[in-house]
Design a protein around this ligand. Structure first.
Ligand code: DHB
Ligand code: MG
Length: 634
């Protein structure tokens, strides 16, 4: 598949955009006319730069408001087109995008539009140029790709064909299956865009909210399948009008864009293999190493200059100090299959915070290879010759994601690098935890989920990253009110729930709030007996996140709870939720730096995260941080 991207997707100058597209690995670009008009480079210089960068110049766009006009206006439009054809000859671009008329059309007659397009085709032919006619979703008379195709058919000119744009087709609800009926030779260009579901006029939706494939709600795999079946084999180009992308560093957006196309190509290939058997088509689709979804969390890592700020909480939650790393200032704390690494390296002056997570995968090499092919940035951590070489990549928010080998017995292959000298207690400053706590089974069995706050600008990118590189699927997102703003929460999970990541857009109060990316994040542990876990933690002096009495009055009103149970919840600052599938009990620790912990117990088949309780947590944390900063001032 030949990949292309419109320069309108990116920030920067035309020259910067071109370099970013080349670096990200695109085959070609569409030049968006306003980008050329403001460039100090001549058309010839742009042509040379493209050649140097190894980019093809696939399309010049957009040409507007041509057809369906009175005769006098048509002559004017042809003159205007001729000037652009001459310019395109200098650029070395052979295809022009013509949008269906949104402004000057006064004649609603396909025969007239077709006749006028034929005249345009005659002029274009003299310059060796093809015109790709695109039905804009808000076109005056032509807003449906099948209608545009009928006009192209009527025009019946070798230099007049169609441009298909997934946004205009899917936003209007047109059936993309009709693409298969268009003769491949008549599809001159294809543009792709995804978009979130919004109730908005199509023009505003298109100009501000388009996103890369996989970041929105459109079925682009289905769209691509129809396109491939049509026999089309030209460029597949991204055309994303998005306010955020236009403000983001162009290198970053170009990588996000490339990832979306690589992923879409793979998905389309898999879809066609499943639905069309061995059929072969002119467009060849590249695939990636197929990897199974991760089966669980291998570890969570917290960076902390003073490890005891974090290890104290872990001890109170019943974790055991499992040892110190042979060569680094790194501690391992475990309970059941839950492992938390406290990393003191390069942590000077930093608030404690989640720095890495490990996922259990079947084949770490294959998983890493897939992630790298999807343009993930590799993490290069120095390791000794006799240590496990761990595969890791950076998530968009810079969290390091380690791809670890899943073991049948739930042990970690790297754990042997940690040891606890015999006869010694816990690490200095942290209380020791007696092994096993005298219990047959640990109360905490595993990491249930990890919650990462995302800078709002990179939220869509993060969703696509986790879906494409790690095969986690997004479930419907939720909005939770907090005193600092609405928090959008998007859970990405494996099918069996072994891995659950909750991505939150961190609300920001610009003057006094935490910096983006420093909003507290948390690790949630699964307990088999939440009340016992909480009692032990209380005995060990845990600072629970306080829950207001109003909450428990509301609980009593909503659920008929046994009064003794209710007062036990209240006494321990526990939260409660129930749905048709089961019950959910949970509590939160106080926050240290930028991290806190949660413990959850799922009863029955409860599969959520206690969303109705999230506002309580956010408000309580807000209050606690206010009090902390007031104490700091006094
Ligand atoms: O919003 C527009 O004007 C516009 C221009 C060119 C396109 O290809 C398109 O899809 C939209
Ligand atoms: Mg378009």
């Amino acid at each position: 598949m030949r990949t292309s991207i419109a320069t309108v997707c990116l920030s920067g100058t035309l020259e910067e955009k071109m370099r970013a597209c080349s670096d990200a690995g695109f085959d070609g670009i569409e030049i968006f006319e306003p980008d050329l008009l403001v460039s100090p480079s001549s058309p010839e210089e742009i042509r040379d730069l493209a050649a140097t960068l190894g980019l093809t110049l696939d399309l010049y766009q957009p040409f507007r408001d041509f057809e369906g006009v009175e005769e006098e206006q048509l002559e004017e439009n042809l003159r205007r087109a001729q000037a652009k054809f001459a310019l395109m000859n200098r650029l070395g671009i052979d295809t022009l995008l013509l949008c269906s008329n949104v402004g000057t059309a006064t004649i609603n007659d396909d025969a007239v539009a077709a006749r006028q397009l034929r005249r345009l085709g005659d002029t274009a032919a003299r310059y060796g140029i093809k015109v790709a006619y695109e039905a804009l979703a808000w076109g005056r008379y032509v807003n449906d790709f099948e209608h545009a195709q009928r006009i192209v058919d009527l025009a019946d000119h070798p230099n007049i064909g169609t441009c298909l744009d997934s946004f205009h087709i899917l936003s209007r609800g047109w059936d993309p299956a009709a693409i298969e009926k268009i003769p491949a030779g008549k599809i001159f260009f294809v543009q792709l865009a995804d978009a979130p579901e919004l109730s908005l006029d199509v023009l505003s939706w298109s100009r501000h909210y388009r996103v890369f494939p996989g970041e929105g709600a459109f079925d682009l795999v289905g769209f691509m399948a129809h396109l491939v079946r049509s026999g089309y084999d030209g460029p597949v180009s991204l055309e994303i009008f998005n306010d955020v992308f236009r403000q983001t560093a162009e290198e970053r957006t170009a990588v996000d864009a490339m990832r979306s196309l690589i992923w879409l190509e793979e998905r389309t290939s898999a879809y066609l293999a499943e639905h069309d058997g061995g059929a072969s088509y002119p467009m060849s689709l590249a695939t990636l190493p197929r990897v199974a979804e991760p089966s669980g969390f291998n570890f969570a890592e917290v960076k902390a200059e003073n490890p005891e700020t974090v290890s104290t909480l872990l001890y109170q939650l019943g974790f055991t100090f499992a040892g110190r790393h042979r060569t680094k200032p790194v501690q391992l704390w475990t309970q059941g299959r839950a492992r938390v690494i406290i990393n003191g390296q390069q942590a000077r002056g930093m608030e404690p915070g989640i720095s890495a997570l490990g996922l259990d995968v079947k084949d770490p090499q294959a998983a890493a290879s897939r992630a790298l092919q999807l343009r993930a940035r590799p993490v290069n951590r120095r390791s000794q010759a006799d240590e496990q070489v761990l595969q890791a990549v950076f998530a968009p928010d810079s969290t390091e994601v380690f791809l670890c080998e899943a073991t049948a017995d739930g042990t970690a292959a790297w754990a042997g690098e940690f040891s606890r000298p015999a006869g010694t207690g816990g690490p200095e400053g942290a209380p020791d935890a007696p092994d096993g706590d005298g219990l047959a089974e640990p109360l905490i069995s595993a990491i249930d989920h990890i919650n990462l706050s995302q800078p709002w600008q990179h939220f869509d990118e993060a969703v696509l990253f986790y879906e494409s590189t790690l095969s986690l699927a997004p479930i419907a997102s939720q909005e939770v009110p907090s005193p600092m703003g609405l928090v959008r929460s998007q859970v990405m999970r494996s099918v069996d729930g072994g891995v659950r990541l909750a991505l939150n857009i961190a609300p920001l109060i610009v003057e006094s709030g935490p910096e983006s990316g420093e909003y507290p994040q948390h690790v949630a542990f699964a307990s088999t007996d939440l009340i016992a876990t909480a009692r032990r933690a209380a005995e060990r002096g845990l600072r629970f996140l306080p829950v207001p009495a109003n909450y428990y009055e509301d609980l009593a009103a909503r659920f008929r709870l046994d009064p003794a149970f209710l007062s036990e919840l209240q006494e321990l600052n526990l939260l409660y939720d129930r749905d048709a599938d089961g019950e959910f009990l949970h509590f939160y620790t106080a926050t240290v730096g930028n991290v806190f912990f949660e413990v959850v117990e799922r009863r029955g088949s409860y599969d959520g995260y206690g969303a109705p309780n999230a506002p309580v947590r956010l408000a309580s944390q807000y209050l606690a941080s206010r009090n902390d900063s007031r104490r700091g001032e006094g």
